[in-house]
Write a protein that binds this ligand. Structure first.
Ligand SMILES: Cc1cc2nc3c(=O)[nH]c(=O)nc-3n(C[C@H](O)[C@H](O)[C@H](O)COP(=O)(O)OP(=O)(O)OC[C@H]3O[C@@H](n4cnc5c(N)ncnc54)[C@H](O)[C@@H]3O)c2cc1C
Length: 501
């Protein structure tokens, strides 16, 4: 009989950390993954002489708060070791149009303020007030995490936290008197969170900005695949088991409680199940009468988050020879991120990364690599694509954006392409098995943002023995959020098992 203490479904970032954590705590653990390799988004693929990073532009590995959990702390606890590289330029943003700008921002508090002041003279003090607000937000969150909340303290000492937590990023920047142009530059990262900043919770956006600014974005030496493999190693060293090519097709219940899964034609039972796959897919693999009406309504009410078209290119010349200067460039056709979002299929905003800038030996000597990321929303793809039309669609998207990048940046790419691969939401839907190929879980819109999700966490999905982790979890999308929710789900499971629940 296949009996375990804990079964984890899906070996994405969240699932890997959950599985390692419960195995390390001594519980008999099984991790089931439908693919032949771990990582989900966090992986790489090889074409010719190039190993391409699939997803990671930059890892937010540290938190700005000493108390809060972070990727670094989780990896230290688990004994995960990786060689990481830190990028000292946050990004270059090239915004076209009459109000356009071309700005590079460096990491480090003072560097960042200096670069903002150089780009928008007179903005320094208001931008400083914004960055400093993050310190108060951290302090408030540490206070809340202690659990004994006194409303007088919360509203008195941490009033700014309450205001920031319940307003959009644009509201907070306006309240601080940050000039319009500086606001636009500061909100360049909106695409990483998938929601324009008039609808993006201030606390969420600011914590990301402050973490990247203070701790520098990082990348693993051997692509994300290295991170995922090192987590698998920790799982196995702690007696955990991982089965690849084993898709979970059914979740099993007894009187409303989840008790096991069917995968690869076998039945597996466990005291606790942690799902790294989105609740919608769990419910679709469960007998409908076992899922409460409220849980189904919640899954249906939530809006799926952003997805991408991506273009991975191996070039037969170095970045210097081609005129490429930066690791990460955001290219926009106007200054307003709401308009960029609306114009997302027509150059509103896209990102181009050249890993060789951060890691010169990322590709063989005399070559370089580019990674284009083009935001789209579920449903954006043409509805009537045939197999041949789909191939043409991919070619057209790649050509359109490569030509634009050449034009805007004055570089040469087209004549040097040695390898090229294009992924679309269809690719991500097939690979990750997410609805509409969403990679960001649920949209972090104002009504369903990380703050409201955290506050309402006890009221989230409520199926006994079933826990969730990953980009669709309460922390929103991204590597660090997925790892952190993996650790959170494991903590809950370990506590419940210890208490004999
Ligand atoms: C192109 C791209 C760029 C990105 N850039 C960044 C970035 O720069 N920084 C950042 O922080 N984040 C980035 N992200 C987002 C980040 O990759 C994700 O938020 C995060 O990796 C999601 O992790 P997850 O734990 O939700 O697992 P997922 O990656 O969603 O993996 C889920 C796993 O479950 C498996 N699975 C699914 N169904 C089943 C089943 N029925 N049975 C068994 N296994 C199943 C899948 O095969 C997969 O391995 C990017 C994503 C993409 C695609």
């Amino acid at each position: 009989m296949n009996r375990y203490d804990v079964i984890v479904v899906g070996a994405g970032n969240g699932g890997l950390v959950s599985a390692c954590s419960v195995a390390k705590a001594g519980y008999r653990t099984l991790l089931l993954e439908k693919h032949n390799l771990p990582g989900g988004c966090a992986t790489s693929f090889v074409r010719g002489r190039f190993e391409f990073e699939v997803a990671l532009h930059e890892l937010c590995s540290q938190s700005t708060s000493a108390e809060a959990d972070s990727v670094e702390k989780i990896f230290d606890r688990l004994g995960v070791k990786n060689e990481m590289f830190y990028e000292k330029t946050l990004f270059r943003v090239v915004c076209q149009g009459p109000e356009g700008y071309d700005v590079r921002l460096r990491t480090g508090y003072e560097n960042f303020l200096d670069d903002m002041e150089a780009a928008v003279p007179g903005c320094r003090e208001s931008v400083k007030a914004l960055l400093d607000l993050n310190g108060l937000l951290d302090e408030a969150q540490d206070y809340l995490a202690k659990g004994q909340i006194n409303p007088a303290v919360l509203f008195g000492k941490y009033g700014d936290f309450v205001r920031a937590a319940s307003h959009s990023m644009d509201d907070v920047m306006n309240a601080l008197g940050i000039p319009e142009k500086a606001q636009r530059i500061l909100t360049t990262y909106w695409g990483y969170l998938g929601v324009p900043t008039d609808d993006m919770n201030a606390l969420h956006y600011l914590s990301l900005l402050a973490a990247y600014t203070s701790a520098s974005p990082s990348m693993p030496y051997h692509r994300s695949h290295e991170l995922s493999l090192s987590l698998v190693r920790v799982l196995q060293e702690n007696g955990g088991e991982i089965r690849y090519n084993t898709e979970v097709t059914r979740f099993l219940y007894d009187r409303g409680a989840c008790i096991g899964v069917v995968a690869g034609g076998e039945v597996f039972y466990a005291k606790k199940i942690i799902s790294n796959i989105i609740p919608n897919n769990v419910f679709n693999r469960s007998p409908q009468e076992q899922i409460g009406r409220r849980d189904r309504k919640l899954a249906n009410a939530r809006k799926l988050g952003m997805t991408f078209c991506t273009v991975y290119i191996g070039l037969d010349a170095t970045m210097e020879e081609l005129g490429i200067e930066d690791y990460s460039v955001f290219i926009m056709n106007n200054t307003n991120n709401r308009l960029q979002f609306e114009d997302r299929l027509d150059f509103g905003m896209y990102v181009v990364n050249c890993l060789n800038k951060a890691l010169p030996e990322a590709s063989p000597s005399g070559t370089s690599m580019l990674f284009f990321t083009l935001p789209c929303m579920p449903g954006d793809l043409p509805k009537d694509l045939t197999a041949r039309g789909y191939k043409r669609f991919k070619e057209e998207v790649a050509e359109k954006y490569i030509r634009d990048y050449e034009r805007v940046m004055g570089v040469s790419v087209m004549d040097h392409i040695e390898e090229i691969e294009v992924a679309t939401p269809v690719t991500f839907a097939r690979y990750l098995a997410t609805p509409d190929g969403c990679i960001y879980g649920y949209a972090n819109e104002e009504w369903d943002n990380v703050v409201t999700r955290t506050v309402a966490e006890p009221l989230d999905y409520r199926i006994p023995n079933l826990y969730f982790c990953g980009g669709h979890g309460i922390r929103g999308d991204g590597y660090s959020s997925a790892y952190i929710t993996g650790a959170m789900a494991a903590d809950k499971v370990i506590k419940a098992l210890k208490e004999g629940k």
